[in-house]
Design a protein around this ligand. Structure first.
Ligand code: NAD
Ligand code: USQ
Length: 397
């Protein structure tokens, strides 16, 4: 089928686009390359050297991959071009990765807060409005986040796949049951935009019958997939800096270069994780199992396991001999939380979860060692703080 991959030049989007092309789909990557521009603004680079999107596409064809096309377009700013593209191409599905995805970046300043809200909410809304205006019947697969549920208020309860069944009391004393969206409890401006996305999907699904699958994804770790390993120009990006690097990849990279592992606070925070290879597979499964016409938004928890940050640091230290350092937490988050997640939807569709094993962690350490000389150690600390008081505590260290 013809599939648009919005944000197909990014960390999750690029291996996903390549995988869909490999599965025989007709892929059109749509990206405004803003992630590459943010690197320039921040003065950092992916640890792995990444080729331009044009070189990536050429390399993909040279290794025998099915050709993909690229459209340089900002979905948040260029509504008419997006509408025309939908009308001309009439895709059967759109995979939507095209958002500003880093919580610390979103909390850096009022400028980055406003950019994150403008970009993410407008981008998602433009897509929905353009699908309605074009009349194209296409399935949206959106990359959301586990963070929409919040971390801390569940107290032993399992997080369902998007919906909660509640009993509503009536004036006559009777009760009826209703399925509602799980209450949102975002922990950053970035996570808040994902909770707003959820409501946009809910509304457009109810009003216009737009078919949506919203994937509530955990933290993605790893770098390459089998396909992106076929040529150095296909290499995926590896973010390690204090704004865009995510916790497990950061720990593995820090271990590789002999930098003490940066645990925020006690390390009692529990988060959901998924390997990049499973992330790619889940997107394909979701695409190939679209909701029926008239069905409400499908919500899947796209994660394979939960871990406490401190325990992850201990695992990495045991594997590599790295030291661990406990730093003041720049974020406003629970000191400790539990996280039990229902992820049956993907398991029932056939996902065989890749879990944290020493071999896969060692693979990331090897990638990081290979490119260690590209690392700017001064960019490792997380300095974007959630409150002024936390910013002062970090500066005092
Ligand atoms: P990324 O920043 O590497 O990729 C996002 C891509 O979208 C970039 O190439 C960027 O240039 C593009 N983009 C952003 N705004 C755009 C716009 N207005 N128009 C066109 N293109 C635009 O991020 P990622 O890690 O690949 O994440 C992709 C999606 O998955 C995000 O929506 C993110 O919230 C979600 N997600 C990521 C993770 C993770 O651990 N990386 C975990 C859960 C969910
Ligand atoms: N953390 C550390 N040390 C570090 C970096 C992070 O202890 O060096 C801690 C953070 O304080 C936090 C946890 O690790 O408690 C996770 O932080 P993260 O940066 O790995 O992940 P997060 O900010 O939640 O965001 C990432 C992606 C985002 C996605 C989200 C999924 O950047 O796009 O939505 O993971 S989830 O976490 O499930 O909400």
């Amino acid at each position: 089928m013809k599939v648009f991959v919005l944000g197909g030049d990014g960390f999750c989007g690029w291996p996903c686009a390549v995988n869909l092309a490999d599965a025989g789909h007709d892929v059109v990557i749509v990206d405004n390359l803003s992630r590459r521009k943010i690197d320039i603004d921040l003065g950092v680079e992916s640890l792995t050297p990444i080729a331009t999107i044009q070189d990536r596409l050429r390399a993909w064809e040279q290794v025998g991959g099915k050709a993909m096309r690229f459209v340089h377009l900002d979905i948040a700013q260029e509504y008419t071009r997006l509408l025309d593209l939908l009308r001309d191409e009439r895709p059967a599905a759109v995979v939507h990765f095209a958002e500003q995805r880093a919580a610390p970046y979103s909390m850096k300043s009022s400028a980055t807060k406003r950019y994150t809200v403008d970009n993410n909410v407008n981008g998602t809304h433009n897509l929905l409005a353009a699908i309605v205006e074009s009349g194209v019947d296409c399935h949206i697969v959106h990359l959301g986040t586990m963070g929409v549920y919040g971390y801390g208020s569940h107290r032993g309860a399992t997080i369902p796949e998007g919906y909660l069944t509640v009993e509503v009391p009536q004036p006559d004393g009777s009760r009826f049951t209703e399925k509602i969206l799980h209450p949102a409890d975002p922990g950053s401006v970035y996570h808040m935009t994902k909770t707003l996305d959820q409501l946009l999907f809910f509304y457009y699904n109810k009003n216009d019958g737009i078919r949506v699958t919203d994937l509530h994804q955990g933290i993605v770790w790893g770098t390459n997939t089998e396909l992106t390993e076929k040529d150095p120009r296909l290499t995926n990006r590896f973010d390690y800096d204090g704004d865009y690097g995510t916790v497990l990849n950061r720990f593995l990279m820090q271990a590789a270069i002999g930098y003490p592992l940066t645990v925020h606070g006690t390390g009692g925070q529990t988060r959901a994780f998924i390997h990049i290879r499973d992330s790619v597979r889940c997107v394909q499964l979701a695409l190939e199992h679209p909701p029926q016409s008239g069905e409400k938004v499908k919500i899947f928890n796209q994660m394979t396991e939960s871990h406490q940050v401190g325990q992850l640091a201990e695992k990495v230290a045991a594997l590599t001999g790295a030291e661990i350092s406990h730093l003041p937490n720049p974020r406003k988050e629970a000191i400790e939380n539990d996280l039990i997640v229902d992820n049956r939807c993907f398991i029932e569709l056939g996902l065989k979860p890749t879990t944290l094993d020493d071999g896969l962690m060692a693979e990331v350490v090897d990638v990081a060692r290979r490119w260690a000389d590209r690392c700017d150690r001064s960019r490792i600390p997380c300095i974007s703080a959630w409150t002024t008081k936390q910013a002062e505590a970090i500066q005092a260290v």
